[in-house]
Write a protein that binds this ligand. Structure first.
Ligand SMILES: CC(=O)N[C@H]1[C@@H](OP(=O)(O)O)O[C@H](CO)[C@@H](O)[C@@H]1O
Ligand SMILES: [Mg+2]
Length: 562
């Protein structure tokens, strides 16, 4: 490394002192903490992002967001050239950079890493980064810190794209590296036009039955609400009312948003008894996840949740139906066998009833640890991989190989059977692949795909929700001294430390019919999460509560087990 580059790195990083007594970890979805201690971390992630761009010789992204966390938090995550999450192999280095105590220590880490990773540092290759942030007040100053980090690498170019949803930035990075238009208008155009195609392909028999094409969306007082206000005006055949847009003075994720709705199972602010019977949805703070709900008839504060598992099931059912039309029996063309390996990916938080339903559909179901980075990687192994977390993170991945097969079939149909049911099925699947964000879970594109499929099937949200009956469940968070004391295995369903805790959980779970319970350390909040399922809601609540007490006994502030 040239001397002037060393000096620039030393000088730049000396402006941002790392937080005292805090050990930062890249976690489930990037670094996340109270915004007041993040400037140094974000500056260093700026440096790391420039190195990532040089290593991959591609455009990468840097997003300032803390997703569903409270408004005073913020965070930073890197978007890889594929549009996906940062390669997990780089996470340990990200942690080392964030926790380096002095500029000199930081510089030696960078120097070693450049050599180890053979990063082209000859000044010929230049780094290029797309930057975005959500609507958090701390975002603007943190974005400046990121830019300073990036500019401490000679020649690195930072493009500040302003306020975006997290999925928009992921989509733009993927598009840039595919030499496609990578602008916000291009994003809106692609999803609105593919939604329009799906609506045009709705079977006549269902077009006739006037299903309710109105949906009311909780924008979490965040960036999703803001962007949906723009998108909704580009749509025909769907009426979207957005509440909690962020413009009415409400606080981000405060009593609103998909995480609050999914975890607490209560209406978000601005919804109530006047909405009984209405199809409602809720975005999270950076609009990379969505859940649906209806206000319960018998209590205007409770909801009937239609979560990520139900969205996965709806998408899987629709795709399976289109595949069977596409390759209907009696078709003599041997090439016409879709041979699509269709698979679904879930985590331990998936409701047991959803997994049973998907298996009954004849689908291959695999499990991974929590975090989009894990599910995305597994889903990409299928020709069509559908993944969702129960909380509404998820998308559908189509392999390039299979999409080119589908394009070829569609061209063939245009010649030999224009307008046939098989061609319509091919066109629907092609439209789905353009509507659903191929880079990462996207609340806006998932919303449009749900609406298009409900219209296609002529289903109300109630009919959709009846696909299967969720087992009652309950999630709790437990504050403990050190959440990293819990380590897990088997896709997070078994706690291997601290010793004895899993045995205690098993003994408690055995008391409940259809009982299932697991604990894991959160990667985004300083808590241990508890998930419990049982045959009744009362039992699920009781099991979650009992296991929360076990966690507290082993790891809480007054714990006797330590
Ligand atoms: C139970 C739960 O909802 N966990 C969420 C949450 O991760 P935790 O590591 O559980 O805090 O945030 C992640 C990022 O948004 C999301 O991928 C994940 O599903
Ligand atoms: Mg989010």
């Amino acid at each position: 490394m040239k001397e002037e580059q060393r000096l620039l790195l030393l000088q730049s990083s000396s402006l941002f002192a790392p937080p005292e007594g805090v050990k930062l970890s890249y976690g489930t979805a990037g670094f996340r903490a109270d915004a007041s201690i993040l400037k140094s971390t974000v500056h260093r992630v700026g440096i790391l992002t420039a190195l990532r761009s040089l290593k991959t010789r591609s455009v990468v992204g840097l997003m300032i967001t803390a997703s569903h966390n409270k408004v005073t938090d913020n965070g930073v995550k890197i978007v890889d050239p594929s549009g996906g999450m940062l390669s997990q192999e780089w996470e340990p280095f990200a942690d080392q950079l964030a926790n380096a105590e002095t500029p000199e220590a930081l510089l030696s880490l960078i120097t070693e890493f450049i050599e180890k990773e053979k990063i082209p540092f000859d000044g010929v290759q230049t780094a290029e980064i797309l930057l975005g942030r959500d609507t958090r007040p701390s975002g603007e100053s943190l974005l400046e810190a990121a830019k300073q980090g990036i500019s401490s690498i000679f020649g690195a170019m930072a493009h500040d794209l302003g306020i975006l949803t997290t999925p928009q930035l992921h989509w733009m990075v993927r598009a840039r590296n595919k030499s496609m238009a990578a602008t916000e208008p291009a994003y809106f155009e692609q999803i609105s036009s593919s939604f329009r195609c799906l609506v045009e392909l709705i079977p006549n028999e269902t077009k006739s039955n006037k299903m309710d094409n109105r949906v009311v969306v909780d924008g979490a007082d965040g960036v999703g609400g803001e962007k949906l206000e723009v998108l909704k005006n580009m749509l025909t055949g769907l009426v979207i009312e957005v509440r909690n847009t962020g413009k009415g003075g409400g606080l981000l994720n405060d009593g609103v948003g998909a995480d609050y709705v999914q975890k607490e199972k209560v209406v978000p602010r601005g919804f109530g008894s006047n909405d009984i019977g209405i199809r409602c949805a809720s975005l999270d703070g950076d609009a990379d996840r969505i859940v649906y709900f209806t206000v319960s008839d018998n209590s205007s504060s409770r909801i009937d949740l239609v979560d990520g598992d139900k969205m996965l099931s709806l998408f899987a059912l629709f795709i399976k139906e289109q595949l069977s039309i596409l390759t209907k029996e009696g078709n003599e063309n041997p090439n016409n066998n879709s041979q699509a390996r269709l698979g679904v990916v879930q985590t331990a938080y998936a409701n047991g009833a959803s997994t049973d339903y998907l298996k009954q559909l004849g689908l291959e179901v695999i499990f991974t640890p929590t975090g989009v980075k894990h599910l995305h990687e597994k889903a990409a192994q299928f020709d069509i991989g559908i993944y969702f977390e129960a909380n509404g993170h998820g998308t559908i991945l189509f392999s390039e190989f299979w999409l080119s097969w589908l394009e070829a079939r569609n061209n063939e149909f245009s010649l030999v059977s224009e307008g046939s049911e098989q061609q319509k099925a091919a066109l629907r699947l092609l439209s789905v692949s353009k509507l659903i964000n191929q880079a990462v879970g996207d609340a806006l594109s998932s919303l449009l795909l749900v609406e298009a499929i409900l219209q296609h099937k002529g289903w109300s949200i109630h009919k959709w929700n009846k696909l299967y009956q969720d087992l009652p469940s309950r999630q709790l968070k437990v504050k403990v001294v050190d959440r990293t004391a819990v380590t897990t295995t088997n896709a997070e369903t078994i706690a291997v430390s601290p010793p004895g805790i899993q045995e205690a959980i098993d003994a408690e779970t055995a008391k409940y019919s259809k009982g299932r319970c697991f604990i894991r350390p959160s990667g985004t909040e300083d808590v241990i999460r508890v998930y419990a399922e049982a045959s009744t809601q009362e039992s699920a609540n009781s099991l979650a509560g009992s296991v929360a007490k076990i966690v507290d006994r082993f790891l809480g502030f007054g714990s006797s087990e330590q």
